[in-house]
Ligand binder design. Structure first.
Ligand SMILES: CC(C)C(=O)C(=O)O
Length: 478
């Protein structure tokens, strides 16, 4: 596998066929590699019109270069709820930030799988939240910052006692030429000087390579990362590379062309720029519904950290949802490694009740309906064995027992299942779909819909009808 690029491809065709590589050859090769990825200081921006025609829907070209799987031994999640998340909504109060941070700590478990979170430092309120979170004394999530890239702000980060800060280093020509009005060389020199200032303060920079899925990977991103790795060696301070799929253009299809190929980008950063797995992070957006799949792909191809935000709240269509990556982690690794998934339900309740954020009902893992089955025929299956229509034991992992909502299509089985779940009836206490009680309630349900109702029945209505039926039949429930 060598550099795969649209316009400015430089390939390494050197091979050492069927014989051991000598030390000299290895050193030569390393030198060649380093010089192969020199900055391509183009005169005009490369906006990849073949992929992004703007007046047409973006296109996904393929060159069928296959990237090998290369999942790091250790992978983790990082959080941007208080940065990208807050950019897209009304700011959280200091108290809300501290409460959410505390939940994140519990969710991440003793192994700190929610490794870090990033905070604004702009206002007093922002800084108060940081102080309060730091006072909790948790190792994880590490409290990191997001600042304007200036000497004063680096000093502020240091004064507060933080080790790491995010710095914006936009890398596509859309940003370099069209927004910053710079050439690639000017942008690179500017970024490197800012990062040097940060290192001079002893702060570890996390470089946010904005818009990487529209950037010239071998003409700018790799040469820039090679320079960053040299700075890292010079200062002996870790430099993180955050690959930001700002517009959600990344795709995870095998053989797709960079800069859209997630695996191609991660491969280039790790193999050709020499960035260690632990220092590569992926930050996705969901504009094309791909935030989760792309993030998992980034893990699979060499990225250790996936940056996420709670419930995917972030700019436009949002970021990779944190809770989704918890379950992706468990599926890839075969273990939760100590993460407490029930905290996800507590967080969802907190967001709805305390923050007033309405979680769309069909949202996986947290929406009101995520494990609610409506159709009668499905409910019948659930009643026989809940595994048939539930993704996993949602009661155990999320404190959310599988539910069957009652509507005109629920049938007797749906009503019986609703009662058993709602009243937590187990064993011989359970009601049967053929019982008098269920039949009596069904009569009322049928009348409701025969009268033209089109909405599902609420819990309160059902409880009222069940109580009335129990009284009529001289029964008690449970
Ligand atoms: C502003 C940058 C860092 C970002 O969040 C993104 O690229 O999505």
């Amino acid at each position: 596998m060598s550099g795969q690029n649209g316009g400015t491809m430089r390939e390494n065709n050197s091979t050492f066929e069927n014989r051991p590589v000598t030390m000299n050859e290895k050193n030569n090769l390393l030198e060649i590699e380093e010089h192969m990825y020199i900055l391509d200081d183009v005169e005009k921006p490369n906006v990849f019109r073949n992929m992004f025609p703007y007046s047409e829907i973006p296109k996904i070209p393929f060159n069928d270069r296959i990237v090998p799987h290369n999942m790091p031994k250790e992978i983790w999640i990082t959080d941007t709820t208080f940065r990208d998340g807050q950019q897209s909504r009304a700011p959280y109060t200091t108290e809300q930030i501290v409460t959410i941070y505390d939940y994140l700590h519990r969710l991440g478990g003793p192994n700190g799988l929610i490794r870090a979170s990033e905070f604004f430092l702009y206002s007093k309120k922002d800084r108060d939240a940081v102080y309060k979170c730091m006072e909790l004394g948790y190792q994880f999530p590490e409290v990191t910052s997001w600042i304007r890239a200036s000497k004063e702000d680096f000093k502020l980060v240091k004064e507060i006692g933080m080790k790491e800060t995010g710095i914006l280093v936009s890398c596509s020509d859309y940003h370099i030429f069209l927004k910053l009005k710079m050439t690639r060389r000017q942008a690179m020199e500017h970024y490197l000087s800012v990062i040097r200032e940060c290192l001079e303060e002893g702060i570890s920079p996390r470089c946010h390579l904005e818009d990487i899925t529209r950037a010239d990977i071998y003409g700018f991103v790799v040469p820039f990362c090679v320079e960053l790795m040299k700075l890292m060696e010079e200062y002996n301070i870790p430099i993180k590379i955050r690959a930001c799929d700002t517009m959600g253009y990344g795709v995870n299809y095998a053989g797709a062309v960079i800069p859209r190929s997630v695996q191609g980008i991660i491969y280039a950063i790790h193999t050709h720029a020499g960035v260690p797995h632990a220092l590569i992070e992926w930050h996705g957006h969901n504009d094309f519904y791909k935030a989760v799949a792309n993030s998992t792909t980034a893990w699979l191809y060499g990225c250790a950290g996936i940056n996420t935000s709670l419930f995917g709240i972030g700019e436009r269509t949002g970021n990779t949802p944190l809770e989704a990556m918890v379950f992706e982690y468990a599926q890839l690794k075969g273990t939760l490694d100590g993460m407490d998934t029930t905290v996800i339900t507590e967080l969802a309740d907190y967001f709805e009740k305390e923050i007033g954020y309405e979680i769309p009902p069909r949202t996986p893992f947290v929406g009101k309906n995520f494990n609610v089955t409506r159709a009668g025929i499905h409910a019948d299956g659930l009643l026989k064995n809940e595994e048939i229509y539930n993704i996993f034991d949602t009661e155990k992992f999320l404190n959310r027992p599988v539910l069957c909502s009652v509507s005109d299509t629920s049938g007797l089985a749906g009503i019986a299942h609703w009662m058993n779940t709602y009243f937590k009836l187990h064993g011989d206490k359970q009601v049967d779909k053929n019982s008098m009680l269920v039949q009596e309630v069904k009569k009322w349900v049928d009348e409701e819909y025969a009268g033209g109702r089109i909405t599902v029945l609420t819990d309160e209505e059902l409880i009222e009808q069940i109580n009335a039926a129990c009284e009529k039949l001289n029964l008690t429930i449970g």
